[in-house]
Design a protein around this ligand. Structure first.
Ligand code: BG6
Length: 464
């Protein structure tokens, strides 16, 4: 048997998020979230769907743990629904919502599966948003801290791996900049404020955890940032610069303050006063606040300099993040395509991991999301999914290439356990290792699910 390319301690897992899989949105005292409201506005969700059932995980959680066991994963990354725990966002906790995650965590541990808990995966309690307290408002920081404190006190005796935010870039740009995601705000200033407050909240919560819980609970804390690789469109210096600039705007926006203490210079130069400043206290809480680097990664684009823009200050008179970035993103037509123009470029993952390793001083890295979506309605076609197997194997090989080149990669979580509600894409993008019938929530393992279980089994039997 060939030796596994991954070390023995390497963690294989799958990821999910509460709003995407739970269903039962009105059950047991859960409060509404911004997505409950947003997804019901006509035209916001591509296929007009709404996740009242979705994967029916709130009811079917025990079976889902059996499914995780069938996949043979070491770890399961899921998110807590803030509005199930605190229906109004702050104040009175909801005992039934709290008990749900208690049971889930206990059963996972009994099943030998490590719970990786995301505190915020986009389902902001609607009451907070309506009171004006969204991510663009500093009032969100104490509210989030109160919620996290309750989570650490309640679950921290059993949870070792905490992620404060899932993809703060998406919340900032898509939620507050373009309005493509909930809460649907289109405002350039709100976009950068939303990013800023997530960083401040992360710093405070990390400090809270380290000062108040870490010594007894022995866990660790990080933030999951999304970044697809940006490869220079040519060898020309302007395109090389454009690719670097794009990585700084997509990933450095959040990772630089966490690891280097401030926003990238390229962003400060371009955005001027639009990019808020951290106080000394905030900076000291944010810098060094991650115990591991969590990366969500799906694809790669080419980056090129639009003529005449690089090096100039084009902050005024434009409409948002992409204009501020000022880089042309495109695809190489020779790269294999998928139904949504997300190209399959495994070496982009290797390059990105190497970039992170160099820029942030060799951190411990976990890939907390990577996956492949298919569209269509015929269950048999969706279940028989050789392309997902090919994609996943290629990206796992690319991950092992990064380890061979010295990157400290510790784990890989596939997105997603089962076909779920894919935000603005509704059910038109299916990422699961299990097929889900969106009406009943019933599930069937896909060919890729069986393959992933076999891959993990082989790793467990042959790891060094
Ligand atoms: C990430 C999110 O953006 O990727 C997931 O963390 C999401 O929640 C997944 O479902 C797929 O992306 P998209 O763009 O299809 O929603």
């Amino acid at each position: 048997m060939e030796t596994s390319p991954f070390p023995k301690s390497f963690q294989f897992g799958v990821s999910t998020a509460a709003f995407q899989i739970e269903g039962s949105l009105e059950q047991d005292g859960r409060g509404p979230s911004i997505w409950d409201e947003f997804a019901q506005i006509p035209g916001k969700i591509v296929d007009g769907s709404f996740p009242s059932v979705s994967c029916n995980h709130y009811a079917d959680w025990e079976e889902d743990i059996r499914r995780l066991q069938d996949l043979e994963v070491d770890a399961y990354r899921f998110s807590l629904a803030w509005p199930r725990i605190l229906p109004e966002g702050t104040g009175q906790p909801n005992s039934k919502g709290i008990a749900f995650y208690d049971r889930l965590i206990d059963r996972l541990l009994e099943a030998g599966i490590k719970p990786w808990v995301t505190l915020y995966h986009w389902d902001l309690p609607l009451a907070l948003h309506h009171s004006g307290c969204g991510w663009h408002n500093p009032g969100i920081v104490p509210a989030f801290t109160e919620y996290c404190d309750l989570c650490f006190r309640t679950y921290g005796d059993r949870v070792r791996d905490w992620i404060t935010f899932n993809e703060p870039w998406c919340t900032a740009v898509l939620g507050y900049g373009t309005g493509y995601f909930a809460p649907g705000i289109r405002d350039r200033e709100a976009c950068y404020l939303a990013g800023h407050h997530q960083l401040i909240a992360h710093g405070k919560v990390s400090r809270l955890y380290r000062d108040g819980f870490k010594s007894t609970q022995n866990g660790r804390i990080g933030m999951a940032n999304n970044c697809d690789y940006r490869h220079p469109a040519s060898g020309a210096p302007a395109d090389q610069e454009a690719a670097q600039r794009a990585l700084e705007f997509f990933l450095g926006w959040f990772a630089d303050p966490l690891y280097l203490g401030d926003y990238p210079e390229s962003m400060r130069d371009t955005l001027g006063p639009l990019l808020p400043k951290f106080t000394e206290q905030e900076r000291s809480e944010i810098q060094g606040s991650c115990d591991f680097f969590a990366l969500n990664h799906y694809t790669t684009n080419l980056a090129a300099a639009p003529k005449g823009m690089i090096g100039t200050n084009f902050a005024s008179g434009n409409g948002g993040f992409m204009e501020d970035l000022g880089v042309d993103l495109s695809n190489d037509p020779s790269w294999e395509n998928t139904h949504r123009d997300w190209r399959i470029v495994p070496w982009g993952l290797t390059r990105l991991l190497e970039w992170i390793d160099r820029r942030y001083g060799h951190p411990e890295i976990f890939i907390t999301e990577n996956g492949f979506s298919i569209s269509g309605d015929n269950p048999e076609d969706l279940i028989n999914d050789p392309d997902r197997i090919r994609y996943t194997l290629a990206y796992l090989n690319a991950a092992s290439d990064a380890i061979n080149s010295g990157v400290d990669l510790r784990g890989y979580f596939h997105w997603c356990l089962a076909d779920d509600f894919d935000w603005a894409n509704g059910y038109s993008c299916r990422f699961g290792l299990y097929h889900t019938d969106g009406e009943t929530g019933s599930k069937r393992i896909k060919r890729s699910g069986k393959w992933y279980a076999e891959y993990i089994r082989q790793h467990h039997n042959s790891a060094k």
